[in-house]
Design a protein around this ligand. Structure first.
Ligand code: ADP
Length: 276
């Protein structure tokens, strides 16, 4: 009867309130109570997934922070426990410690960016923006980094590609993508950036001439902390967070991002935003 259905729903809501998202209601028939029961079940499933994601994020983040901390501890212990260590050796160990601290700084900086995006979620902070000057500015900022290793950036950017976006997010997106293209594109190589309009969208392509990305990893590289080659990425100072930031930022601006391999070798990243 009606009474038992309402009671079953109240019981289930109370369980969910207490944190039991595994509980499911089963209400027979197809009246409004059955619909309500199903909605409640779906809400519990979403909550369960969110919790799982949060748990994984905290566990991954702790792991990523733990590794450099463990190195720093090992290095400083070595210095302290070797009374007759020469200044040359001490200096070498301090350089390693310094590198690990830089790494921790990069990770915590990116983690801060991520929480800032999570706060932005749902809030509208989008304004009409021309993409060309922003990408030009990113390239200007990355020029010294590129020049230091003999890499070049070539841009072909169309004017008047106006999209609904947020300046900081757009800057972050292309800074991360072009920096990656320079990092993974190889020395003495060129990174190509294109911007044009197509089918009501602004399209940005970032191409490099590196080794590209294994086919199986093309989707996974956007996951938080995911790195194709942990060892190689470590020497390039990678955190595995850059592309997850790109993905959140692009979605916030109602755009899409995708990774491909170029036929001629190298990786290609395609970002699309609806034109304003
Ligand atoms: P990272 O800080 O490690 O660069 P990202 O999230 O920016 O983290 O990238 C994740 C992984 O994707 C990198 O570790 C790298 O293996 C791969 N990747 C990203 N961009 C490129 C690229 N242009 N060419 C080849 N591999 C790439």
């Amino acid at each position: 009867g009606l009474d038992t259905k309402v009671k079953a729903i109240i019981k289930s809501v109370k369980k969910a309130k207490a944190g039991d998202y595994e509980n499911r209601i089963e209400i027979k028939g197809n009246d409004e109570f059955a619909v309500l029961g199903n909605e409640l079940n779906e809400l519990c499933i979403i909550q369960l997934k969110t919790e799982e994601m949060r748990r994984r994020f905290v566990s991954d983040a702790s792991h990523e922070l733990h590794t450099p901390l463990a190195s720093i501890k090992l290095l400083s212990d070595s210095i302290l426990q070797t009374p007759d260590m020469g200044p040359e050796n001490i200096k070498e160990f301090l350089l390693d410690i310094n590198n690990e601290i830089d790494r921790l700084t990069r990770i915590s900086g990116k983690l801060l960016q991520i929480t800032r995006f999570d706060d932005l979620e749902g809030k509208t902070s989008l304004t009409p923006l021309d993409l060309k000057p922003i990408i030009d500015e990113v390239c200007r900022m990355l020029k010294p980094f590129a020049a230091a290793t003999n890499r070049k950036i070539r841009c072909e950017l169309a004017p008047d590609c106006i999209v609904s976006a947020n300046f900081d997010l757009v800057y972050q997106i292309f800074y991360n993508l072009i920096e990656n293209a320079l990092k993974y594109g190889g020395e003495n190589r060129t990174v190509y950036v294109y911007l044009y309009k197509r089918d009501g969208q602004a399209v940005v392509i970032v191409d490099d001439e590196g080794e590209g990305i294994p086919e199986d990893d093309l989707l996974k590289i956007f996951d938080r902390f995911y790195r194709v080659d942990k060892a190689r990425s470590r020497t390039t100072g990678g955190t595995g967070l850059g592309l997850s930031i790109v993905k959140s930022a692009v979605h916030h601006c109602n755009g899409t991002v995708e990774a491909q391999n170029r036929k001629s070798g190298g990786a290609r990243f395609i970002v699309k935003f609806p034109l304003h």
